[in-house]
Design a protein around this ligand. Structure first.
Ligand code: GDP
Ligand code: MN
Length: 381
């Protein structure tokens, strides 16, 4: 779950990271009032959960409260990458000398949290990684020891931060690491962290991604979820306790078990196809769950073929097959379907599905190849 910039910065402030004065507004009048409070120049910033707001015209520097009202009216009417802007953050404008990048995430390969810094702040870090990889420095953090002072100092020297900023920088790096661990985040990022005209460090932009699986420990953060900005199908899936992630391919996947779902996506790719989604329907693939899953998959108009991959362990395969067939009485699916069923009573399960004219497969490789073939035929038409 992603947090808006203003929420992220509020959390940063709790851990001692300096942020600009400012507040969030839902109307242009509120924005004007905030600008009046702050006095002088302000920035009006669209609060949407996508990057590159600046380029899209969602970050505007203004000089007076009246201008703030006009600009806020414009920005509140905008859509950025398809997302409507419902709130703007009005912050005191900063006088920027230079922009730094500072972020913490988990490096799964190394199995460790990593703090990343770069003197090339203000642009997306992925872009820096692509074009100037030598400008990025990393330190791995031992979770038992936490972020050590010498590690922060190493980052500061590596990005050639002037010595007079080191003390503040160390406090910010440690504050950022605390934010990351205390909120169970998978990413906490300040971009840019700026050096101001009067030589202070200030977090101008913030991004926090929380680990959904840890949200139960943070009811206060869970409430910050912005339902307007989520994929509707993912929201729907969460309501029924299914794990669904929309992707961009053409082969809709319905699988029981997260590991099997991952393997299914890998094998689809191996044979040259692209999965349309990750979907784990969990244990006991009864008719009700299967029809909810069909509905989720079919909402995605890119789907050309549905691949069902079920391992019948505790649930018997003939029951799963009956579940699929009765779900199909309720949901209209006019796309081809490939079903791979293995486990207890699999022959019986397959026989039931074949009688209903469904394409069955025994191995996952066979199922994936058949699905990829069907997509190709569909594209050839
Ligand atoms: P993003 O484009 O969505 O990442 O939004 P940011 O908040 O990072 O802002 C993008 C850029 O706008 C920053 O890198 C700055 O160059 C500029 N910017 C943002 N806030 C201010 C400000 O208060 N004053 C000035 N002069 N520039 C700002
Ligand atoms: Mn930014």
């Amino acid at each position: 779950m992603k947090l808006h910039e203003y929420r992220s910065k509020q959390l940063f402030a709790r851990y001692g990271i300096p942020i600009p004065r400012g507040r969030v507004a839902m109307t242009a009048q509120e924005a004007k009032a905030i600008a009046q409070e702050l006095g002088g120049r302000v920035v009006v910033k669209a609060q949407v959960l996508v990057g590159g707001r600046g380029k899209a015209g969602g970050i505007r520097l203004v000089h007076t409260p009246e201008e703030t009202e006009d600009v806020a009216t414009q920005v509140l009417g905008m859509q950025i990458k398809g997302l409507p802007v419902r709130r703007v953050l009005v912050d005191e404008a900063a006088d920027i000398r230079s922009e730094i990048y500072l972020g913490v995430t988990n490096d799964r390969g190394v199995r460790s949290p990593v703090m990343i810094a770069s003197a090339e702040g203000g642009v997306e870090i992925e872009e820096v990684a692509r074009t100037q990889p030598h400008k990025i420095v990393r330190v791995y953090i031992d979770p038992l020891l936490g972020m050590r002072e010498h590690q922060a100092r190493f980052l500061a020297t590596s990005i050639e931060l002037p010595r007079k900023h080191w003390r503040d920088f160390i406090a910010i790096a440690q504050g950022l690491y605390s934010t990351f661990t205390k909120t169970d985040a998978s990413l906490a990022e300040i971009n840019p962290l700026v050096i101001t005209g009067d030589y202070r460090l200030l977090a101008l932009d913030g991004k926090i991604v929380l680990d959904d699986n840890a949200l139960f420990r943070h009811p206060e953060l869970a409430e910050m979820r912005d339902l307007d900005e989520e994929e509707p199908a993912e929201r729907e899936a969460r309501r029924y306790g299914l794990s669904y992630v929309k992707l961009n391919g053409t082969i809709g996947c319905m699988v029981n078990g997260a590991g099997l779902a991952m393997a299914t996506m890998d094998v689809i790719k191996l044979f040259g196809g692209e999965p349309a989604n990750f979907l784990d329907i969990g244990g006991g693939a009864g008719a009700e769950k299967v029809s909810i899953a069909f509905n989720l998959i079919l909402k995605d108009k890119n789907v050309r073929v549905v691949l069902i991959n079920i391992f019948g362990g505790i649930t018997r395969c003939d029951e799963v097959a009956r579940g699929i067939l009765s779900a199909l009485e309720e949901v209209d699916v006019d796309l081809p379907m490939v079903v791979r069923l293995v486990g207890t009573n699999e022959e019986e399960g397959r026989r039931l599905l074949q009688e209903a004219d469904m394409i069955t497969a025994i191995s996952l490789a066979d199922a994936a190849q058949k699905a990829v073939e069907l997509v190709k035929e569909d594209q050839a038409v």
